[in-house]
Every structure is written in structure tokens, then in C-alpha cells.
Design a protein around this ligand. Structure first.
Ligand code: HEM
Length: 211
């Protein structure tokens, strides 16, 4: 279908507005296929990620009510969200990179042209960075930890384009949820929760709750 539209020349419809899809659609240097693919990328990258982060964070905070209580302080919410992004690292399959020159890393030589998978979850559990004095090891949740150097949004020029939006959504959703529903609890046994270990974006298949 997209192919038969025949690229930019085949487009018609209402005048574009101010939104990102309209602005993409108005461009003559992109084909319909490229515009559609970018739209799908924005939808998947923008929805799957935050939806799963909210569900996973909620499940984790329900296990650690003393941590959830920290969200009552608005000043603590941004830092708390950074810690949740770090610990949960939902892009758990890592991000692909190609070496443009020979690089030595941890005693191993990566040659120009070699592909590598950078495992964000491993970096985010590095005790040398996050297991600092006065805080538990990096495998534990501590909403009071300074987790700002995490790489849950990737690193470099292709790091996540939606990170300010994702941060805003998570800060608003989690703080509001725990403030408005203080009696929030799991509606099933914790062992019954199914995790999306096989999906590109880690998360929960469902999070049944009651309040
Ligand atoms: C908790 C939420 C999110 C997480 C953890 C996340 C994580 C990531 C990661 C790890 C990457 C790859 C970065 C790299 O290769 O270095 C990425 C890329 C991207 N993300 Fe997100 N993301 C989130 C939310 C969003 C949202 C809300 C949007 C859009 C509205 C979005 C749009 C994108 C796009 C377009 C890219 C590709 C950027 C590029 O290749 O230049 N993401 N994201």
C-alpha cells in the first residue's frame, strides 16, 4: 500500500498543522514510506516504553512502600524517576554500535567495522558508578541515590529523542498514582505476574491492581 502511494508526490489531504507528524508529512525530501516508518517509530518508542516503565515502576514500588513514600515530596520525584530508569533499564537487549576506528575497551580490541551490542542494563548496574557510600549496591532500589549518570536512554548522538517527554510522563504518573491511591495494591500474587523477558522493551504483560 505504502509503495503504491509512490512517495511524496502521491500525498494529499488536509493542510498540515503544527504537530510533528504534520511537519514530517509536509516534507518533500522524504518518501511516504519514510514518513510512515518514522510515525510508527515514534508511536512504539513513545508508548511501549513509558507504559512499561510506569507498570514496572509501580510493581516495584508496591514491593517497597518505604521507597514509594518518597514520592510524596515533589522535590524528590525527578531523582526517584532517574533511579527507576536506571534499575529497570527497559531497553534490556542493548543498543547496536559500529566501531568507526580501532578502540580498546576493557583490554579488548574492537576493530574498525566491528559491530558491538552495548548492554545498557549492565552499565546501569555498575557498582563503581552507583554503589556509592551510604547507598546499597546497584542491584537494589534506592530512590535517594544519585542515578543521573545512567544510560537507560542510550548514549551519544542517537540517544533517546523522547527523554524529556518520558521523564515528564513518569514523574507525573507515578507521583499522582501514589498520592491519589494510597491503598494501591497488587490484585494477584506477585509470582503470578508475567514479565516480557522476550520483548525488545522489557515490562509486564499486565499489572492487575486494586485499591
Ligand atoms: C522510559 C521511556 C524511554 C526509554 C527508557 C527509552 C530508551 C531509548 C533508548 C535506549 C534508545 C536508543 C538510544 C541509543 O541508541 O543510544 C532510544 C531511542 C529513541 N527513542 Fe526512546 N525511550 C523512552 C521513551 C521515548 C519516547 C517517549 C519517545 C518519543 C516520543 C522516544 C523516541 C525515541 C526515538 C525516536 C529514538 C531513536 C533516536 C535515534 O536513533 O536517533 N523514546 N530510546
Amino acid at each position: 500500500m505504502l509503495d503504491t502511494l509512490g512517495g511524496a508526490a502521491g500525498r494529499s489531504g488536509p493542510a498540515p498543522g503544527e504537530d510533528i507528524l504534520s511537519r514530517l508529512a509536509a516534507r518533500d525530501d522524504l518518501t511516504v514510506r519514510e514518513i510512515a516508518a518514522t510515525g510508527v517509530l515514534l508511536l512504539v518508542a513513545g508508548h511501549e516504553t513509558t507504559a512499561n516503565m510506569i507498570a514496572l515502576s509501580t510493581a516495584l514500588l508496591l514491593r517497597h512502600p518505604e521507597q514509594a513514600a518518597r514520592l510524596a515530596d515533589p522535590a524528590a520525584v525527578p531523582g526517584a524517576v532517574e533511579e527507576l530508569l536506571r534499575l529497570l533499564t527497559i531497553v534490556h537487549t542493548g543498543v547496536p554500535r559500529l566501531a568507526v576506528e580501532d578502540v580498546e575497551l576493557g583490554g579488548a580490541l574492537i576493530r574498525a567495522g566491528d559491530g558491538v551490542m552495548a548492554m545498557l542494563s549492565t552499565a546501569n548496574r555498575d557498582d563503581r558508578l552507583f554503589g556509592t557510600e551510604g547507598h546499597p549496591g546497584a542491584d537494589e532500589v534506592d530512590l535517594a541515590r544519585d542515578a543521573r549518570r545512567h544510560v537507560a536512554f542510550g548514549f551519544g548522538v542517537h540517544q533517546c529523542l523522547g527523554q524529556p517527554l518520558a521523564r515528564a510522563e513518569l514523574q507525573i504518573a507515578l507521583a499522582t498514582l501514589f498520592r491519589r491511591l494510597p491503598g494501591l495494591r497488587l490484585a494477584v500474587a506477585r509470582e503470578a505476574l508475567e514479565f516480557r523477558a522476550d520483548a525488545l522493551i522489557y515490562g509486564l504483560r499486565a499489572l492487575p491492581v486494586a485499591w
